[in-house]
Design a protein around this ligand. Structure first.
Ligand code: C2E
Ligand code: MG
Ligand code: MG
Length: 443
């Protein structure tokens, strides 16, 4: 359960107890749930899914053999707490489930916040360790059709508690469960949607605001699903969690290369197109070479492609990002740091990475009253970047006052609704044919 978004795969088999603790395993637990359900008693219970915080460190400190003993003693303490008409299960590792009578829910939650067990230290010396759990709960308040929901729903609440609320516990809500189901549906439908070419690439112009002309565009993915256009905010996070975003990002790059090829073949002069790659994609060490391969496969000039990535605070990821950008640089492929200034960015980026463009995040200008401090900060970032030979672009410019603020700070290249929204290919090619911006298009 340690991983974000890890699915709870309930394996059913003939044995009903967990070998280590003797508590019900998934099969045994589900059978109990089904029995209660037949007698319509499930609604008396709160379903728990919990997991010991930092158990990896305990295993490291005491060794895995003693770690197993600690789990056994922990299970004994749990057994001592539950009543005859309550149920406990051990799914493996440090993942536990329980059905506790609603009236005792808070008592059990309090109990789980600190369970003391003995552990044998180095010189066989006994010491007391206090285990605290991350807990997901579901107050069963409806008919249960699939018994596995009694494990699934509190596990969704647990993931929510840990990664979204950053709390020790959370109670499953209808909204949480619906969102989780939507997420699962997206992941399930993704491969077929990709094969059916339901994903489209829109192009948002990048405009030189002084020369008033088109200088580039960003390729932004859209999902045309059941006749509706789904925005990336809805499907990218689940695909990042499942790791499938990589296939989508390759697809978008291929589509952009294909369009560039088409424009050139039709005698339309293209502009540089940038394509987003998720930070999650960087785990694949082959990524720079694969990107290079795709661009070459379509016979597209490397000057016409730029790869956008966002920054990170994490030291390990920082190193991976540096390797990625520098490797692309070696291959002659340009990169842009996306959303710069949105919280994670640091000035060392400008020094360490062979980056071609800095895209200033729209949060920088997304304020009604720009203070002189904002202007000085922005101006200095822009000056520094330019002096280092890095191009600068500002995203999200919607209004005249934002445009003059950004221009005053020294940035001319703009991507924002002020000039244009992301456009379908057939509209974007009109901009390519006539690159002059005599007027603004977007409203
Ligand atoms: P991003 O890469 O920072 O892209 C810019 C987003 O800002 C786009 O949203 C664009 O429509 C929006 N935007 C541009 N100008 C304005 C403006 O003036 N006002 C406002 N309010 N918004 C503006 P979109 O297309 O919804 O994409 C959102 C995010 O989804 C992107 O942010 C990017 O992080 C991600 N994304 C989009 N396409 C892809 C893709 O193919 N792969 C990956 N990995 N991520 C993608
Ligand atoms: Mg981007
Ligand atoms: Mg951005």
């Amino acid at each position: 359960m340690a991983d974000k978004g890890k699915e709870v795969n309930v394996q059913l088999n003939n044995r009903t107890t967990q070998y280590l603790t003797g508590l019900y395993n998934a099969s045994g637990y589900i059978q109990s749930v089904e029995r209660l359900n037949r007698f319509k008693k499930l609604q008396n219970y709160t379903a728990f899914f919990f997991n010991i915080k930092g158990f990896g460190n305990i295993n490291k400190k005491y060794g895995s053999k003693e770690g197993d003993e600690i789990i056994k003693r922990y299970a004994m303490k749990l057994k001592a707490f539950v009543q005859k008409d309550e149920y406990l299960g051990h799914l493996g590792e440090d993942d536990f489930v329980a059905l506790i009578l609603k009236a005792r829910r808070d008592m059990f939650l309090y109990f789980l916040s600190r369970v003391g067990v003995t552990a044998s230290g180095k010189d066989r010396q006994k010491e007391q360790v206090f285990l605290s759990a991350s807990v997901g709960m579901w107050d069963i308040d409806e008919e249960v059709e699939d018994a596995r929901e009694v494990i699934n729903r509190p596990s969704v609440a647990l993931i929510h508690a840990r990664y979204i609320l950053h709390q020790s516990s959370a109670l499953a809500s209808t909204d949480m469960i619906n969102k989780d189901n939507e997420k699962k549906t997206i992941i399930e439908n993704f491969r077929t949607a990709l094969e059916n070419e339901e994903f489209l690439v829109f192009y948002q112009p990048k405009v030189d605001s002084r020369k008033r002309c088109l200088v580039g565009a960003e390729g932004l993915v859209r999902w045309k699903h059941d006749g509706e256009m789904v925005s990336p905010g809805a499907f990218i996070p689940p695909l990042e969690q499942s790791g499938e975003i990589l296939y989508l990002d390759y697809y978008v790059l291929q589509k952009a290369c294909l369009d560039i090829r088409k424009w050139i073949d039709e005698g339309i002069e293209p502009v540089r197109i940038s394509v987003n790659f998720s930070r999650k994609d960087l785990a694949d060490r082959e990524l720079p070479d694969n990107i290079n391969h795709i661009i070459q496969e379509f016979g597209v000039d490397k000057d016409l492609i730029e790869i956008e990535v966002t920054e990170t605070v994490d030291d390990v990821e920082h190193g991976i990002l540096a390797d990625f950008i520098n490797r692309l640089h070696e291959l002659g492929i340009m990169t842009a740091i996306d959303d710069f200034g949105s919280g994670y960015s640091s000035l060392s980026t400008l020094r360490e990475f062979e980056v071609h463009t800095l895209k200033i995040d729209r949060s920088f200008i997304n304020t009604d009253d720009f203070s002189w401090k904002d202007e000085i900060i922005l101006m200095n970032i822009i000056t520094m970047a330019k002096q280092l030979g890095i191009e600068v672009l500002t995203e999200g410019v919607e209004r005249e006052d934002q445009l003059s603020f950004v221009n005053n700070a020294g940035c001319d290249v703009i991507q924002g609704f002020y000039f244009d929204r992301p456009l379908p290919e057939e509209d974007f090619r009109k901009r390519l044919k006539n690159k002059k911006y005599r007027r603004r298009y977007a409203r």
